[in-house]
Write a protein that binds this ligand. Structure first.
Ligand code: SF4
Length: 353
């Protein structure tokens, strides 16, 4: 069970026995224009074998969070505060040599564009075999056999021959499968998939999602699945965390968040998704405005400049007081639980069809 326990504020105790536990994480970058607070007080737990979907627009902090878990930020320009505990090992203070041992072994990542992860100069088989030799001490022959086996597992036909090909000889969908094979070759406990299907057409996208689910069953990995598209993770995630402007604004089980969302931003995301039953050519309904600059985020609720519901909250609270995420099923919004329920049922749901 993924448990998110707080947003900004004082740290909370690590979840008992959580495989991955992120506590009050703050990540900021020094830029010529000032400090960018890319992640601002984020906490969550993830258990083995579970999938957490992290949803949000560009700049919400979802990718930065996961690059920080992998230690892939530039320490020259980045400040990381808080805790990232992987099976009790603190990663924010780990040495690069320790992180090197984890990456590609215990923790692996699938990127949106396989060409950023696959080198054009080496065969696909060699690139899958490499981490197996490095982390498992396998011989060249053993690692090659493992690479062929993994290509077969991810559905590449004739894997023995195709392992000798270079990435440019693979189609886009096959390259994505090869990258998944590379990520899973050492049987990682945690797989971070950052928009892994965004660049693919819908049919291949569905095949890759099915493949990830099957492989999770087989390998028992925990998965963090990052996307800007709530629809993509409807069938994939056990839990969903919605991020906005560097913080979590809603979280719960996938069923709860998709069937009874509580936060105006999540309503906007759902409303902006294309629907099968909408008229062909009907315009999409994007959330008005754009995400705030994290150099100088708005006071109070960071979503308030774009929120059409702030008039329903008494006084000026939305502008002056930052709403915090509660425990368990929660959303960071000053509307009362009754208001959230009624607005969703009477005003939002009918629009979603
Ligand atoms: Fe909208 Fe106010 Fe809720 Fe923020 S706290 S989402 S501005 S109603």
């Amino acid at each position: 069970m993924t448990t998110l326990t707080k947003e900004a504020g004082a740290p909370v105790p690590a979840g008992a026995g959580a495989f991955l536990s992120v506590r009050d994480l703050h990540v900021s970058f020094r830029t010529e224009d000032g400090i960018v607070r890319a992640v601002d007080g984020l906490s969550f737990d993830l258990e083995r074998g579970r999938t957490l979907g992290i949803v949000g627009e560009s700049g919400s902090g979802k990718s930065v969070t996961n690059l920080t878990i992998l230690g892939l930020h530039n320490p020259m320009f980045t400040t990381v505060e808080g805790e990232i505990l992987l099976e009790g090992q603190e990663l924010t203070t780990a040495r690069e040599s320790e992180l090197e041992k984890l990456r590609g072994n215990k923790v692996a990542m699938i990127f949106q564009d396989p060409l950023t992860a696959l080198s054009p100069y080496y065969t696909v088989g060699r690139q899958i075999a490499e981490p197996y030799m490095k982390h498992r001490g396998a011989s060249k022959k053993e690692a090659w056999a493992r690479a062929v086996e993994m290509l077969g597992k991810v559905g590449i036909p004739n894997p023995k021959e195709r392992a000798k090909d270079y990435p440019h000889q693979f189609s886009g969908g096959m390259r994505q499968r090869a990258m998944i094979a590379m990520a899973l070759v050492c049987d990682p406990d945690l797989l971070i998939a950052d928009e892994p299907t965004t660049a693919l057409d819908v049919t291949v996208q569905a095949q890759i999602l099915d493949l990830l689910k099957d492989l999770q069953q087989e390998f028992g990995s925990a998965i963090i699945f990052i996307t800007h598209d709530l629809g993509v993770i409807a069938d994939m995630a056990d839990e969903i965390m919605v991020m906005y402007a560097g913080g979590a604004i809603e979280r719960g089980s996938a069923g709860e968040v998709l069937r009874a969302p509580q936060h105006p931003y999540t309503w906007g995301l759902l409303n902006s998704m294309p629907r099968i039953n909408s008229d062909v050519g009907a315009p999409l309904a994007p959330i008005p405005g754009s995400p705030p600059s994290l150099l100088n985020p708005p006071p109070g609720c960071r979503f308030h400049p774009r929120c059409t519901f702030q008039g329903r909250v008494g006084g000026n609270r939305c502008v002056t007081e930052r709403p915090l995420l509660g425990t368990d099923r929660a959303s960071a919004c000053h509307l009362t639980a009754e208001q959230k329920r009624t607005i969703f049922i009477e005003e939002i749901k009918p629009r979603l069809g």
